[in-house]
Design a protein around this ligand. Structure first.
Ligand SMILES: [Cu+2]
Length: 340
């Protein structure tokens, strides 16, 4: 199996005490904004950047698009990056990865279409957008728990379109057939399922059919719920509750392509994980000295997991270079350099 060695490399870090180093290269961090606070023009530019990536060749030598690199990497690393300590730092860098040669290609392609304004760093999905907009966005789902199906992110004009085809009954047919019926991604094809290369329409299946009738599992990501998670005092408990609670609930509630490990197929993934990262960042800022160096919990899935450390190496299969956990603990580290 081509990826076995890469997957194994995820767990090779050795325990060590990490001296905290001041990072002086991030002098002008980019501030990320909530989706609904962006202007309509900026929202459209974000979606344009997504559509742009769907027209560019893979940066990893695959026969699929540059956008498809994200679900490809995410699903191949599924068991390495979920329900383990590195869940938060891995996704932090995945949502905003920096200084990749392939990103430079994507950026140049976009330059030809839209002349650049000054930008602070090269990234991938986000930094293609950064050329003009300077920041990623996030979806604060705690603002929408009264009726999540009406959240602004689903707007066909100023968001990503809404639920999949209501004519498809997922109890009778595969929910993968619930293709989007409105918005800029209507008709959009994605390349991967968890079984491999299987091109299909981008699908959503709110409430996953009948499993959670009507409520979009909103109890698991209300402000009150999130506050309880934020009150946890150590990283391992915080990560566990954030991942298994609000994070997992949104993936399940949106359904369709957001449910399996190929969930980056749906661009809402990046706004969702922006919010997850924001909650971790806010938690860290409650006690920065302690919490930007606090890390722990299971290093790997399964009973025989050792304890994770800041020296653990996080794999990205070539999407970006592998990186140690400690390099991503602060959003103001040089390769990240943003705030909320
Ligand atoms: Cu994930």
């Amino acid at each position: 199996m081509r990826f076995s060695s890469l997957l194994l490399s995820a767990g090779l870090g050795a325990a060590a005490t990490i001296p905290r180093q001041a990072d002086t290269s991030c002098t002008n961090p980019v501030k990320r904004a909530e989706w609904r606070t962006l202007s309509t023009e900026v929202q459209k530019q974000y979606v344009d950047a997504v559509l742009c990536l769907k027209t560019k060749p893979s940066g990893m030598g695959l026969n699929t698009t540059r956008y498809d690199d994200f679900p490809y990497v995410h699903t191949h690393l599924d068991k390495t990056i979920h329900t383990v300590a590195m869940f938060l730092p891995w996704h932090r860098l995945f949502v905003k990865s920096t200084k990749t040669p392939s990103a430079t290609v994507a950026i140049r392609a976009l330059w030809r279409k839209h002349p650049p304004t000054p930008f602070t760093s090269f990234g991938f999905l986000c930094s293609v957008w950064l050329i003009r907009l300077q920041y990623c966005s996030y979806w604060d789902w705690t603002l929408d728990t009264d009726d999540v199906t009406k959240a602004p992110v689903w707007d066909p004009e100023t968001g990503f379109g809404g639920n999949g085809d209501p004519a498809i009954d997922p109890m009778k047919e595969s929910s993968a057939k619930k293709c989007l019926v409105d918005g800029p991604l209507k008709g959009s094809q994605v390349a991967y399922t968890m079984s491999g290369y299987q091109p299909h329409c981008l699908a959503r299946n709110f409430n996953s059919g009948i499993a959670f009738p009507g409520d979009m599992l909103a109890d698991s990501y209300t402000k009150a719920f999130v506050d309880k998670v934020a009150a946890l005092d150590n990283y391992a408990d915080f990560r566990y509750s954030l991942e298994g609670g609000p994070h997992g609930a949104i993936h399940s509630a949106v359904g369709g392509d957001m449910s399996p490990a190929t969930s980056p197929n749906d661009p809402i993934f990046f706004l969702h994980h922006g919010q997850v990262d924001r909650l971790w960042t806010q938690w860290q800022q409650e006690n920065p000295e302690k919490r930007t160096t606090e890390f722990g919990g299971p290093k790997t899935q399964g009973k025989n997991s050792g304890e994770a450390t800041l020296e653990d190496v996080m794999p990205y299969l070539g999407l970006v270079p592998d990186v140690k956990v400690k390099e991503t603990m602060s959003t103001q580290a040089s390769r990240l350099c943003y705030t909320y």
